[in-house]
Design a protein around this ligand. Structure first.
Ligand code: C5P
Length: 405
């Protein structure tokens, strides 16, 4: 899964409080089958002990360039050759500056000069340090040289401030690394995907919505991009970073999502309906806030358009994939939906259980298409996303190369 099985990944750790998340990153990488070695800077060891990384990676951790035992066999060159990808997480402002200027004053920076593997950095620092012209210029130089800069995210920071500078979460980093090794199975195809909830107004200040976080749809969009697709993501209101290279269209209501999708569906090769679209909207939304006066209040609801159904019944319908979130009888409901809506594939998950489904990082899926089925997971949504993209690509190519349908 995630294209990382048996891949040799070198993780560099520099000095930052986000280093407390890096052992989890190592653990997650090993879960998807990667071989991981860890190199720490002197500053990183102020935050996390090498022993922690040794335990989670199952390998000795290297911390110094001039280690007589390892260097007897040119250890740093061997490690540089061993790596198929290098990810520095967290990458501090100082580390980025040293990389930008080609310094080789410790093991990690030396390795970065001595490897021809792709180098990815996950910056983590105070928002003003990230915004500083010196850091901007260093990142500009690194990007020009082909270094992949992933993140940072926006949000609360350890220093008590809020802004851009948070390291991407471990699962997002696993997915970015997986993207480096992804086969371009969707190359040249246009993929349209919906994600997140919709919001239906009750009055000017209130709305009806649901617990969808958008994580699954965003992860699929990212994995599809890594697999070479030209991706448009129609997103309901969610608090997620747009995956690199993905076109994002923000919408709020089901009607807006419907319009955004229908205007693009017939020029898309694949459509994935991952959004948790509200089935109903308030029939008549008042101009003013509803007052708290009556003891009981009834809202009259009317049906929203079925985006998935409308796409599937187009004359030139793309390869159409739906989701089924069920609280019971998963397989029967999914099967029924596949046939009733005339889909090419349905991805079913049980919701309402703690730890999977809505608003969780992990999921367990059952995928059905007209001639077969497969279970995926339980696994992280980012990992499942890559597996789903591979499966969708397989089915798409089989269908359009005249195989079964
Ligand atoms: O019929 P049901 O709502 O359970 O189907 C779920 C699937 O349909 C999901 O793929 C969802 O994105 C899609 N859907 C849609 N438009 C709606 C309701 C659901 O595209 N109005």
């Amino acid at each position: 899964m995630a294209g990382l099985e048996h891949r040799r990944v070198l993780i560099g750790v520099s000095a930052g409080i986000a280093a407390y998340k890096t052992p989890d990153l190592v653990r997650r990488l090993r879960e998807v089958g990667a071989e991981v070695r860890v190199v720490m800077t002197a500053g990183a060891m102020e935050f996390v002990k090498p022993l922690t990384f040794q335990a989670v990676s199952g390998q000795p951790v290297r911390t110094t360039l001039l280690d007589p035992d390892a260097e007897a066999g040119m250890g740093h060159i061997e490690l540089a050759r061993w790596a198929e990808a290098v990810l520095i997480a967290p990458a501090s402002a100082d580390l980025l500056a040293r990389l930008a200027h080609g310094l080789a004053d410790d093991l990690l920076t030396t390795l970065c000069l001595a490897t021809d593997a792709p180098l990815m950095v996950a910056p983590a620092m105070n928002r003003l340090m990230w915004a500083h012209p010196a850091t901007r210029a260093n990142c500009g130089l690194l990007a020009e040289r082909g270094v992949l800069i992933v993140g940072p995210d926006e949000g609360d920071q350890a220093c008590g401030e809020s802004g851009a500078g948070r390291m991407l979460e471990p699962l997002a980093l696993v997915q970015r690394l997986g993207g480096l090794f992804a086969e371009p199975v969707l190359s040249g195809l246009r993929l349209l995907i919906t994600a997140g909830p919709t919001r239906e107004a009750v009055d000017p200040v209130r709305y009806i919505s649901n617990r969808s976080s958008g994580k699954m749809g965003f992860a699929i969009a990212s994995a599809a991009r890594a697999a070479g697709a030209d991706v448009t993501l129609v997103a309901g209101p969610v608090n997620l970073e747009t995956p690199t290279g993905v076109d994002r269209v923000d919408v709020e209501t089901a009607a807006e999502m419907h319009a955004a999708v229908m205007s693009r569906a017939d020029t898309s090769d694949i459509f994935i309906a991952c959004a948790a679209v509200a089935d109903y909207r308030v029939a008549s939304v008042p101009d003013q806030k509803i007052k708290k006066s009556a003891e009981r209040l009834s809202l009259e609801l009317e049906r929203n358009p079925d985006i998935l159904g409308d796409v599937a019944s187009l004359t030139r319908a793309p390869f159409t994939v739906g989701f089924a979130a069920e609280t019971e009888n998963l397989e029967a409901h999914a099967e029924d939906k596949l046939q009733r809506k005339g889909l090419d594939m349905i991805i079913a998950n049980l919701v309402g259980r703690p730890g999977t489904g809505f608003d969780a990082d992990d999921n367990l899926l059952w995928v059905r298409w007209p001639t077969g089925s497969r279970s995926l997971g339980p696994a992280a949504k980012t990992v499942l996303a890559s597996a789903l993209v591979a499966l969708i690509a397989e089915r798409y190519h089989e269908r359009f190369s005249g195989g079964d349908s």
